[in-house]
Design a protein around this ligand. Sequence first.
Ligand SMILES: [Zn+2]
Length: 299
Amino acid sequence: MIYTGRFAPSPTGPLHFGSLLAAMASYLDARSQHGRWLLRIEDLDKFRERPGAADHIIHILSAYGFEWDGEIVYQTTRLPAYQAALQQLAQQQLSYPCTCTRKQLIAAVAPGPFGRLYPGYCRHNVSTPTDEQRHAIRLKVTAQDIGFTDRTQGFYRQNLAEALGDFIILRSDKVFAYQLAVVVDDEWQQISHVVRGADLLDNTPRQLYLQQVLGYRQPEYLHIPMANNAQGQKLSKQTHATALTTADALTNLCAALRFLGHATPEATAWTEPREFWDWAITQWDSAKIPRTIARPVQT
Ligand SMILES: [Zn+2]
């Protein structure tokens, strides 16, 4: 199987330094192994999408010298594939409709480290809600540890029944859940290596479980440390991380590579991103990435 990596941003805001790190790490890991690198826009959640964000992300990646293979895939063009996976799980009797409201669940259970544990209220419902009746679809989980060895973070395990309970694969607003879509697309695009931010580390056991029950292959995983701001908060749209501009491409690329543990000259060492990448691909060593969940950005 040829190395195939990907960068899969959600267009919920402009590209910021934290997302540049994930793009860079996945790109360098793929290119240093003569692999393919795909770009996928995860645009299923139209409520959270910001107009123009997808175009901004693509524009910045291109200006920063990233070269992706093939066409950009937009998840909104992939709905029949997610629907087919949903049907497969229903046929395997692994899923069921859940009519619980958010209000009911908030009243019933306290939030845990991974969100609110679903108490399984609808697991044994005999009546099926009609299409008009608002409901989500949940996946039945088992009380077994699901573990994997992350290339940077080491061994990680989760017991889905204890951590989350049966989780949502189709939201009550009829949007396919991130967990389902990402697993279906990783299989379809034959992704062999997933390199992304450590904020998704605790999502991985759900994705491994989905791969198992759907009969998919399991990629290798590498979760890079999250970038924190001076207040110790993760750089994100919520913490108002600054949007990257094209003007300081080389400066930001150098800062990103340093954050990922690689000694890097000043930006003036290169005249354009292409030269930077030619050098960086020869330097990349994933073992140099700091083995931590989060670290501050040096500015
Ligand atoms: Zn329910």
